[in-house]
Design a protein around this ligand. Sequence first.
Ligand code: HEM
Length: 193
Amino acid sequence: MKQSYSKVYRIIHWAMAISFILLLITIFLRLTWMNKDNMAGIIEIYLSETGQVLSQEQLIVLAKQIRKPMWEWHIYIGYFLVGLFIIRFLLPFFGKMKISNPFDKRLNTKEKLQKWSYIIFYVGVVISLVTGLIIELGPKDLKKPMEEIHILSIYYLVPFVVIHLAGVLFAEFTDQKGIVSSIVSGKNEDKQV
Ligand code: HEM
């Protein structure tokens, strides 16, 4: 079915999409170029060439300090997403951006899968946001167990983005031509969500 997307739907969608892409960049940097063990290794090699030695703990402290300004963006984006998701979940009470029911009999299999992907994504996002908030603001003894759950976020986030983009492109090139431009400009003749 052809849909047009309201202004509020599009604003929330793109705020969400851009935030998650930035969040993924911070995760990517932490896992690669800004990995604390790699950076500690670089510092260690430089120091040994100049006849200086630091303990492994000191090297890691330095590496974490270098990473910190980058990682702070992960936390800022996290707080922004908490606000955004509170708005997203309040909107249906005002008749906007309703959360589709994947059990709706009128939906075909493809639409049901699409709606399920959103529900699973939202459940994952809520878990990531709550565990992130507890890591930052909660009691110290909960930090480790929450971190263990929080780092699993990558396992739903990356597959969701890949499946979502593939699904949208597939729709664009098959039966929903114009879907990409309608989530940007909102223009479409038929139903508005
Ligand atoms: C070029 C990039 C993207 C395009 C063209 C795009 C396009 C779309 C379109 C057309 C829809 C509406 C589908 C429908 O009618 O059900 C949608 C929904 C959605 N998109 Fe994207 N999307 C993009 C990136 C992203 C990213 C990076 C995320 C988050 C990681 C995301 C999260 C969502 C969510 C959660 C929904 C469902 C919103 C709801 O109805 O509750 N999108 N997207």
